[in-house]
Design a binder for this molecule. Structure first.
Ligand code: SF4
Length: 345
């Protein structure tokens, strides 16, 4: 059923390596699955047929114009429209997944709607909606890297920027292959406790390594932590996480966002505004220059705005996904001329 519905193409040679007896090591993400003939990887969408590893290609489960703030990117072309697209599958199985109907195919659900498209269709659609960037999102983009590469190479030739919204479970090989065509990369850092990552299907360290490695490539990186009551809202854990981000760069924006009950966590209460306030305060105390509270529009003081870290002037004013005012000029605060980290034009 799954094989019949998924379009495919052989995996990129930089993202796979042949092993003995027809097995192939997949390098597209940090799971580094050894996929034997007739088997599939942890993500369920890359599979070995007769000694060849196949990757999904040529379809979307959805595409839509979204504000860049919805990804969320707050320091990358604020106020821009993106053409966002997604496929299906994931290398994790988080119990709070908001997109589980497309991320968990082959595990808890069957493939749903898959629309055949070619990369040119997406670039044309991006032009039609006035998008400045195309974004691989909705499911985990690392497991469908070949598809993103084909679209991004075309999009960049047309003057568009390219971004990914990812859990950050990247291999060094995927970072090397993708970073030349990825302008911005959003990473979910789901906490700072190995036990949580084991529960979600991964490990913490590869995500930390990936944040540092993506930042070192010069790709613009923003980090999101969905703060879930009773799971990762311990102030000590949040402080350790903020310290780590600071060690990579105090300029990485950190979004602490509110959880809403979903999938297998419908009995967990939503995140109170006070918890986000605490998390944000911790981030600022640890020296991060840009810490935002998300998913509660207008609900956490002025925590959606960007302030100049030098003089405190509000340089970008937001409400939810809307930019109300952008005063940044040539990447600097209009009042004190301090640089504001990000990509502004
Ligand atoms: S993308 Fe990740 S989970 Fe999927 S087969 Fe490759 S290494 Fe395994």
């Amino acid at each position: 059923m799954l094989d019949q519905k998924l379009y495919r193409r052989p995996a990129d040679t930089a993202l796979s390596v042949q092993e003995e007896n027809g097995a192939v090591r997949c390098l597209a993400c940090a799971q580094r699955c050894l996929v034997r003939p007739g088997k599939r990887g942890i993500c369920r969408v890359r599979y070995n047929e007769d000694g060849v590893l196949y990757a999904p290609f040529g379809y979307v489960t959805g595409m839509a114009p979204d504000p860049v703030e919805k990804k969320p990117f707050y320091h990358f072309l604020p106020g821009s429209v993106t053409l966002s697209f997604g496929m299906a599958g994931c290398n994790f199985h988080c119990p709070h997944c908001q997109n589980w109907q497309i991320s968990q195919i082959g595990r808890t659900c069957e493939p749903g709607r898959m629309i055949p498209v070619v990369p040119e269709d997406l670039v044309t659609a991006a032009r039609r909606v006035g998008a400045r960037l195309v974004v691989s999102t909705y499911n985990e983009p690392l497991i469908t890297a070949e598809w993103a590469l084909a679209i991004f190479e075309l999009a960049r030739a047309e003057g568009l920027r390219c971004a990914m919204v990812s859990n950050g479970y990247a291999s060094r090989e995927s970072i090397a292959r993708l970073s030349p065509v990825v302008d911005a990369y959003k990473i979910d850092l789901k906490g700072f406790d190995e036990r949580h990552y084991r529960q979600f299907g991964g490990r913490l360290q590869p995500v930390l390594d990936s944040i540092a490695a993506w930042w070192a490539t010069g790709t613009w990186v923003e980090v999101v932590t969905l703060v879930i009551p009773g799971v990762n809202d311990d102030p000590g854990e949040l402080r350790a996480l903020a310290k780590f981000l600071y060690s990579v760069s105090p300029d990485i924006p950190w979004h602490v966002t509110a959880f809403h009950p979903a999938f297998r966590m419908t009995d967990t209460r939503p995140t109170p505004a006070a918890t986000l306030q605490t998390a944000r305060k911790i981030g600022l105390e640890e020296g991060l220059r840009y810490v935002y509270a998300g998913n509660l529009p207008g609900g956490v003081d002025d925590a959606e705005h960007t302030r100049c870290p030098s003089c405190g002037t509000v340089v970008v004013q937001r409400y939810g996904f809307r930019v109300l005012a952008n005063e940044i000029r040539e990447g600097r605060c209009p009042k004190c001329r301090n640089p504001i980290a990000g990509v502004w034009d």
